[in-house]
Design a protein around this ligand. Structure first.
Ligand code: C2E
Ligand code: MG
Ligand code: MG
Ligand code: MG
Length: 290
């Protein structure tokens, strides 16, 4: 009986693995053509200042409009794109498209904002990355100071010397750098010592329970303090509730990004938000609690 169960489990396991492997292969095969067919689209999620509640930036987040499967979120294809190196052409496309739109919005008379583009580890290993960034800015006609590149701690894990050279090169172009998903990687603190990021993005896993879990609250306050002491601006990711917002305001977080203000949206509705100068209503904090 036990043996049978074991065998059944094994069969179930392999069937599941086969299904996943074939899904993976089909995604991988499809991705190559999807880029040339124009099936990828950049969505934008506003980043809002907690000093005045206005939009100061937007994170560019890629989506795949699949002809049969509908809208595929990046969690489903970015890991596969990284394994198959498709992330390099895809990431470069996101970079160009984001610069193009940001420059267009400025030409249309909208208040200038920073566009933040995620950079995968493989992109950082392209020998010509700096040229590609400069080219994206030139073609778009966007001033470098309006571009921010987000890297995660995993990027800084391997080939530290090469990565440091690249990061310094990016900074020299006048482009901003932010450390994404801060706190979830391995040796977060050592990068902060070695490289001066412009911004720290506190991972949403710490933000989720700040108003109920004293440990998360303490961690977030410590990250904010650390960021400020090191001269960085601090953004909290994944802000969904008024309670989280109030906590972050009291903690003097510089900016936030999250569903409370807006989900990632298409370029057109984002432009509309910017045009209407939609603002975040900030909580009235008269007595500081710490
Ligand atoms: P990320 O860079 O940390 O982006 C933030 C993610 O959090 C986005 O997920 C966003 O939709 C989600 N988010 C924002 N506010 C909230 C909130 O209030 N609550 C919750 N629950 N989630 C929120 P998304 O768009 O699914 O992207 C997932 C990840 O995929 C990104 O994480 C990033 O690592 C990667 N990604 C997306 N676009 C690109 C890209 O163009 N290039 C690369 N290399 N990676 C990308
Ligand atoms: Mg990001
Ligand atoms: Mg993040
Ligand atoms: Mg993330």
């Amino acid at each position: 009986q036990a043996k049978n169960n074991g065998r059944n489990n094994y069969q179930f396991f392999t069937a599941d693995m086969n299904a996943r492997a074939s899904e993976r292969l089909s995604i991988e095969a499809n991705m190559r053509d999807a880029l040339s067919r124009g099936e990828f689209e950049v969505y934008f999620q506003p980043q809002v200042s907690l000093s005045h509640g206005k939009i100061i930036g937007a994170e560019a987040l890629v989506r795949w409009n699949h002809p049969e499967q509908g809208l595929i979120p990046p969690g489903k294809f970015i890991p596969i794109a990284e394994e198959s190196r498709m992330i390099v052409p895809l990431g470069n496309w996101v970079l160009r498209r984001s610069c193009e739109l940001a420059a267009q919005w400025q030409r249309d008379g909208l208040p200038p904002i920073t566009v933040a583009v995620n950079l995968s580890p493989l992109q950082l290993h392209q020998a010509n990355l700096l040229e590609l960034i400069q080219e994206a800015l030139d073609i778009a006609g966007l001033d470098a100071k309006y571009l921010e590149l987000e890297v995660t701690e995993s990027v800084v894990m391997q080939e530290v010397e090469h990565v440091m050279t690249m990061l310094h090169g990016i900074k020299q172009l006048g482009v901003k750098l932010s450390l994404d998903d801060f706190g979830t990687g391995y040796s977060s603190l050592s990068y902060l010592k070695r490289f001066a990021f412009d911004k720290l993005k506190v991972d949403q896993s710490f933000v989720r329970d700040i108003s109920s879990d004293p440990n998360d609250a303490a961690i977030v306050l410590a990250i904010i303090g650390l960021g400020k002491t090191l001269g960085m601006s601090v953004l909290a990711e994944g802000v969904e509730t008024e309670a989280q917002l109030e906590f972050l305001c009291r903690g003097e977080t510089d900016s936030i990004q999250g569903f409370l203000f807006s989900k990632p949206i298409q370029a057109e509705p984002f432009k509309k938000l910017l045009m209407e100068q939609k603002q975040l209503t900030l909580p009235d904090i008269s007595v500081p609690s710490y």
